[in-house]
Design a protein around this ligand. Structure first.
Ligand code: NAD
Length: 500
């Protein structure tokens, strides 16, 4: 195995029998191990309610890795580092037993007291666990103690503040790693590189040259098995408050003086502080909501949201949100950032379209053929890449132009295998790099912004359903842009092959 600079660590994984651990965390840890990016000195304690033995847990971990990874090698060796403890999160005796096991593993693997506590559990337990970890002595070692915490971080500003106060009693802000897995995605991390490593874009990255920016995250799936959770959340809290606003912050921030955690976070916070506040009275001018009714997608008949399992037949929960964010600072004054996210859309795609302003005078103007605007499209998922839309002269004698696309597709680069977001985030947390995790100030500012919209929506019953499953969303979302003289760029993934 290659040498790594990742420090030794005991990883205490709460919620180890759950879905997230199985689908994402075990395979990610394994890939880090195989690439030599985990210290050889590591151990993992899986913690959950079930009364499993170490052996049962190990076979569970092994099965999860085998079902998600094509190349399986050194797996048995990897699995020897895994242990299990059946645990009741509100009972001190459980933590005392966990402390004994942790101290023993610390010695056995020479872990130098380094501990990463990963809470892959329902959010109502986050505060209790953090408190117990401190009061029952699990953080009494000489090494580092980091808390990795899954979303959602509260369901509004007051609940987020309460949770934050609770965990801050046990962990310092610099040791709290709030996961927003979009920040682990290769192309989201690439936003900074595209902006700050190219002389081409940054000089144009302002209200003088950009007319609007559109951020879309669409999925074809409906609510699936998550009806119970989703009914209390909806698209605004599930997607906008965290992932969508984080992408806007990365697109809009000023160049940091260096790419350090503090500098990047501080620039993102400034963007969130510059967001034009929305009031309950004018919320409908900036944000629209939708909920899917029955529909059809590729010959499949689909039920409406209200017919899904664990969903109220009269539910007022939104499965779609479109919004216009205005950033009232010198760089962005007057440039709308449009966001939209929805379930049961015609395609699964997350992408950013930066639309540049029209040139001052079109020498190629023909009444039947206006010039297409220049676009920079950043494909986040499932495709990963960049497409630049330009105009070039059509071959032949006439003075006519045609749109051309210059594309770079990440996944078509030979030998490139984009690491899963969780793999990168776990690695960052083990390295002590919090750049791609959300700081409390970002969480608080985005809740403050979103709470007003959700309060306005709670007061009025929406006319749901208002879009058919398999369609691109409610007509109000189109109108949101039309009144500014714009329209949404197609949701369907644009071709990212190198062409023209
Ligand atoms: P899950 O319901 O599948 O698993 C929950 C885990 O918590 C299980 O291991 C269970 O044993 C344990 N648990 C529950 N109550 C307990 C108790 N009283 N004492 C001890 N252990 C207890 O949940 P999940 O889907 O794995 O999600 C976990 C967290 O990750 C949630 O915060 C969720 O929002 C977040 N998340 C999940 C996904 C995903 O893809 N599953 C994606 C993003 C975020």
């Amino acid at each position: 195995m290659k040498q790594t600079d990742t420090p030794s660590a005991l990883i205490l994984l709460f919620g180890a029998t759950g879905d997230l651990a199985k689908r994402k965390l075990f395979p990610s840890l394994y890939r880090l191990y195989r690439k030599g990016q985990l210290s050889e000195k590591f151990a993992v304690v899986g913690i959950a309610r079930r009364g499993w033995t170490n052996e049962e847990f190990k076979s569970h971990v092994k099965a999860s890795i085998m079902s998600s990874t094509k190349r399986v090698e050194q797996l048995d060796e990897f699995i020897t580092h895994f242990y299990y403890q059946s645990h009741d999160v509100s009972d001190s005796d459980s933590y005392l037993a966990l402390k004994t096991l942790s101290d023993q593993l610390d010695e056995q693997y020479q872990l130098q007291g380094n501990r990463l506590f990963y809470l892959a559990m329902a959010p109502e337990f986050f505060g209790t666990i953090a408190e117990h970890l401190k009061t029952d002595g699990l953080t009494d070692t000489n090494g580092y103690h980091r808390l990795v915490i899954e979303k959602p971080f509260g369901h509004d500003l007051p609940s987020a503040e309460e949770l934050n106060d609770q965990i801050r009693k046990a962990f310092a802000e610099r040791d709290i790693y709030r996961i927003d897995h979009y920040l682990g995605k290769e192309m989201v991390q690439n936003i900074e590189a595209i902006r700050f490593a190219n002389a081409l874009f940054e000089p144009l990255w302002n209200s003088r040259y950009i007319s609007n920016i559109q951020v879309t995250s669409s999925e074809t799936l409906g609510v699936e098995e998550r009806g119970r959770y989703y009914e209390t959340s909806g698209a605004l809290k599930d997607m906008v408050q965290n992932h969508m606003m984080q992408m806007v912050a990365l697109l809009a921030m000023e160049p940091p003086i260096k790419l350090s955690t503090e500098e990047i976070r501080s620039e993102k916070v400034k963007v969130l502080r510059a967001l034009r506040p929305i009031t309950k009275e004018n919320a409908s001018e900036y944000f629209v909501r939708g909920q899917y009714g029955p529909g059809q997608l590729e010959d499949e008949q689909l039920p409406g949201y209200r017919e899904e399992t664990n969903v109220d037949p009269e539910s007022n929960t939104e499965t779609y949100v479109a919004g216009k964010l205005m950033i009232d600072n010198f760089r962005w004054a007057g440039v709308p950032f449009y966001i939209r996210t929805g379930k049961r859309m015609p395609s699964k795609s997350t992408k950013i379209v930066v639309q540049f302003k029209d040139i001052p005078m079109n020498l190629y103007y023909q009444p039947d053929q206006p010039l297409a605007p220049n676009l920079l499209v950043i494909h986040i998922q499932p495709e990963e890449g960049i497409t630049l839309h330009l105009n070039a002269k059509r071959s032949g004698q006439q003075l006519q132009t045609q749109p051309v696309k210059l594309s770079y597709a990440n996944n078509s680069v030979d030998g490139m295998n984009t690491p899963e977001a969780y793999e990168k985030l776990l690695h960052d947390a083990l390295q002590g790099d919090a750049t791609n995790f959300t700081h409390w100030d970002e969480v608080a500012l985005s809740w403050r912004y979103v709470d007003v919209i959700s309060d306005a929506w709670e007061e009025t019953k929406a006319e749901f359903p208002n879009y058919a499953a398999g369609s691109t969303g409610p007509k109000e979302a189109d109108e949101l842009l039309e009144k500014d003289g714009f329209s949404w760029w197609p949701m369907a993934t644009l071709d990212v092959d190198v062409c023209n």
